[in-house]
Design a protein around this ligand. Structure first.
Ligand code: SAM
Ligand code: SF4
Length: 454
């Protein structure tokens, strides 16, 4: 990639896991009553057909990785497990009461934090309690995130028996210097072992998650990552761009200096190198940062244009309604978003008061809904169009003006009534979406809110 493009376009920008992005939510006009109305509407519209998705946030981790931007609670006290699960069940029961119907569950994801911090018997109790209250869709997709160092054979077997077929292991990097800097020592042997267990048990999709742009990362680190991927052949690989967001309170990104991070140009080269290796190994790129082998259902969904993007990143389990349980979890009724209290204590206190533990949210306007569709199209399908009246909005000519420079740089092509991202534009997806983001354009942030786009 030409260095001048990285210089020009490597600016702070959203990752577009939602539109509007969280800092631009209109929290003042949001109320719990309005949120509940959109939930009921969305449930009625979608439950019988496609069902609903459930996300469960399990925030505990045994130790702090200093690069981590996830919402987590570090503790070695496993007594926290059972009370947390009881609160999750209480929260779910509140949703059941509100929806007044038996949900059809088509997708379920356990995220964190570290879901495998919880003992298998506690996860089993939680999930069996939920399953008693729902019908389960035949082609369901149940997945979870797992830390290789804290995942036992029993975890994998228990979750498999409960219907989970996809597991995603956080690997980050195999380089010891990088691992020390991010306070996460994890051997290749351990990743190999948990991956082999998963295969033996029968998991259909094993994913390894890496991060590029970590402190002290060099080209050799990426070569090693590629060698190990070639040895283990996970069905999916995710290569996240390191989000350096130390200004967000409570994050652990303090174990290294800014100067230890690779420059924008090197960071981009690290990502491109892994992409080249993965392509040679037969992986197909999906969206910004996901890769899948041809037999993986994620790739099949890409071909059938069924990829979706939500707060967890790319997914192929798309439903109109996603209810998210647990501290900090963000729910999506398509017409509105809501976020739960972020720390565990406030989450418990809110539930003790007898209502949904929501602390902020946003009700989408008609224009938000149109822009949301365009951003999803670009993020998932690399093209969008506004030939239908339902996809047009008055500012489209201005959007095109903003994209003119990227067109001259051969990053996007203008179509009759739409646009397509070129292969060279793939790395600049976030910048291209920013041209549609009317809320960001109207009100430029006064402080740093977002990580760099490259
Ligand atoms: C919840 S963790 C995965 C499960 C488990 N806690 C673990 O670490 O293995 C989710 C993933 O988000 C990614 N991640 C966390 N912080 C990040 C950051 N600052 N920038 C980019 N990716 C990040 C990592 O790849 C991590 O594996
Ligand atoms: S990377 Fe995973 S284990 Fe490490 S702090 Fe973040 S959520 Fe916890």
């Amino acid at each position: 990639m030409k260095g001048h493009l990285v210089g020009k376009y490597n600016i702070p920008g959203p990752r577009y896991t939602s539109y509007p992005t969280v800092p631009y939510w209109e929290t003042r006009t949001f109320t719990l009553e309005k949120w509940k109305e959109t939930l009921v509407r969305s449930f009625k519209e979608s439950n019988a057909e496609e069902g609903i998705n459930l996300y469960i946030h399990l925030p505990f981790c045994e130790s702090l990785c200093t690069f981590c931007a996830c919402n987590k609670h570090v503790t070695k006290r496993h007594e926290v497990e059972r009370p947390y699960i009881d609160y999750l069940i209480r929260e779910w029961n509140m949703y059941l009461e509100l929806l007044k119907g038996r949900p059809l569950l088509s997708g379920l994801h356990l995220g964190g934090g570290t879901p495998t911090f919880f003992k298998p018997k506690h996860l089993k109790y939680l999930l069996e309690s939920l399953f008693e209250t729902v019908d389960i869709y035949e082609n369901k997709t149940f997945s979870f995130e797992a830390h290789p160092n804290h995942t036992s054979f029993e975890h994998l077997q228990t979750l498999y028996d409960l219907g989970f077929r996809r597991v995603s292991f956080g690997v980050q990097d195999y380089d010891l210097k990088v691992q020390k800097a991010i306070h996460r020592i994890q051997s290749f042997e351990r990743v190999k072992l948990v991956s082999e267990w998963s295969q033996k048990i029968g998991y259909e999709s094993i994913c390894h998650e890496f991060v590029y742009g970590l402190p002290f990362q060099k080209m050799e680190s990426i070569e090693r990552v590629a060698e190990n991927i070639a040895l283990l052949r996970p069905d999916r690989v995710v290569n996240y761009s390191y989000a350096h967001v130390p200004w967000i309170k409570g994050l652990g990104q303090r174990g290294f200096d800014q100067a230890d991070l690779p420059s924008g140009l090197l960071k981009q080269a690290l990502s491109e190198r892994l992409r080249e290796h993965l392509t040679e190994m037969g992986y197909h790129q999906i969206g910004m940062d996901h890769f899948a082998l041809s037999h993986d259902s994620f790739y099949k969904s890409l071909v059938e244009t069924k990829i979706h993007r939500n707060f967890m990143g790319y997914t192929h389990s798309k439903t109109q309604l996603m209810i998210a349980l647990g501290a900090s979890a963000i729910s999506d009724s398509w017409y509105a978003f809501s976020q739960n209290f972020r720390d565990v204590k406030s989450y418990y206190q809110a539930l003790d008061k007898g209502d949904l533990p929501v602390f902020r949210g946003h009700i989408l306007t008609q224009k938000d809904l149109i822009i949301r569709r365009h951003i999803l199209n670009l993020m998932c399908r690399l093209e969008t169009c506004w030939s239908k009246a339902s996809m047009y909005f008055d500012e489209i000519p201005k959007v095109l003006e903003r994209l003119e420079e990227m067109r001259n740089d051969a990053l996007v092509e203008f179509l009759q009534e739409g646009l397509r991202i070129t292969p060279a534009g793939h790395s600049f997806l976030r910048n291209i979406c920013m041209a549609f983001d009317l809320r960001l354009i109207r009100e430029q942030p006064q402080t740093r809110l977002f990580s760099m786009t490259i």
